[in-house]
Ligand binder design. Structure first.
Ligand SMILES: Nc1nc2c(ncn2[C@@H]2O[C@H](COP(=O)(O)OP(=O)(O)OP(=O)(O)O)[C@@H](O)[C@H]2O)c(=O)[nH]1
Ligand SMILES: [Mg+2]
Length: 242
């Protein structure tokens, strides 16, 4: 039976201009393939869907592939929970942006892993293919994320891509939650990751000056130091230190 809780997932679709991001999102949200090309600056879409028995609200951001809007990337990367990085299988140049986006996302999130999915788009274009499936798979495995080829035109793997990114986000959140539980249990009051929110640190520190939540900052309150020690007990959470 489907859950009644509506969980929101903030998904960004990024990639080279003309890769088909807008057509892909519109196909998912409306079921219609428009085939139109109107370069995007930024558009947002919302859709309720059931993914693995959970009713979820997709909050999808359609981004600009055009270079002149690249300054907007950092802003949307800060808030997203998962990113679909799209390239066009008929255009090798569209591959160039994959690593740029991936590296920038990790930098913005200050982590070495974040939910991502590589999508080789326009898989219907059999005769005009310039990037093999194998090559796309290798790029995704180098990054350490999932990979799909898809087509908004014939609908192949459109739904699956959005489902897969939600599954990745869930996995990522689940990996983080045991740490959160342990820390909350130890200190009693923290309700969220100390790195993500000043709130949790402020709750433990006597003043903002004694607890500045920054990896570069060495001044920590006792509460913060305890939190940091708890984090350090997991090697994969080292970067999450308060
Ligand atoms: N063959 C094929 N063409 C597609 C597909 N999806 C989109 N296109 C074409 O690709 C072109 C660009 O599509 P858009 O969705 O606007 O591309 P975009 O990635 O949003 O581009 P920007 O907004 O500039 O970043 C359009 O001319 C579409 O007709 C697809 O699944 N198959
Ligand atoms: Mg677009």
């Amino acid at each position: 039976m489907a859950s009644k809780t509506l969980k929101e997932y903030k998904v960004v679709v990024a990639g080279a201009g003309g890769a088909g991001k807008s057509c892909f999102i519109i196909k998912f949200v409306t079921g219609v393939y428009t085939g139109a090309y109107d370069p995007t600056i930024e558009d947002a879409y919302r859709k309720v869907y059931t993914v693995d028995n959970e009713v979820v609200l997709f909050d999808i951001l359609d981004t600009a592939g055009q270079e002149e809007y690249s300054a907007m990337r950092e802003q949307y990367m800060r808030t997203c929970e998962g990113m679909i990085i799209m390239y066009d299988i008929t255009n090798r140049i569209s591959l160039d942006l994959i690593h740029v986006l991936q590296q920038q996302l990790l930098r913005v999130k200050d982590t070495d892993y974040f939910p991502m999915l590589i999508v080789g788009h326009k898989s219907d274009e059999h005769g005009d293919r310039k990037v093999s499936t194998q090559e796309g798979m290798v790029i995704a495995s180098q990054i350490g994320c999932g990979f799909l080829e898809a087509s908004a035109k014939n609908g192949v793997n459109v739904e699956r891509a959005f489902f897969d990114i939600v599954r990745e986000i869930r996995k990522y959140n689940q990996k983080k939650s045991p740490i959160r539980t342990r820390i909350t249990g130890e200190h009693g009051s923290s309700s969220s990751c100390p790195r993500r929110s000043r709130r949790s640190c402020q709750g433990l520190a006597t003043s903002r000056s004694s607890c500045r939540c920054s990896m570069r900052n060495v001044r920590h309150s006792l509460g913060c130091r305890l939190l940091k020690r708890a984090y350090q007990s997991r090697s994969d959470a080292l970067r999450e230190g308060c």
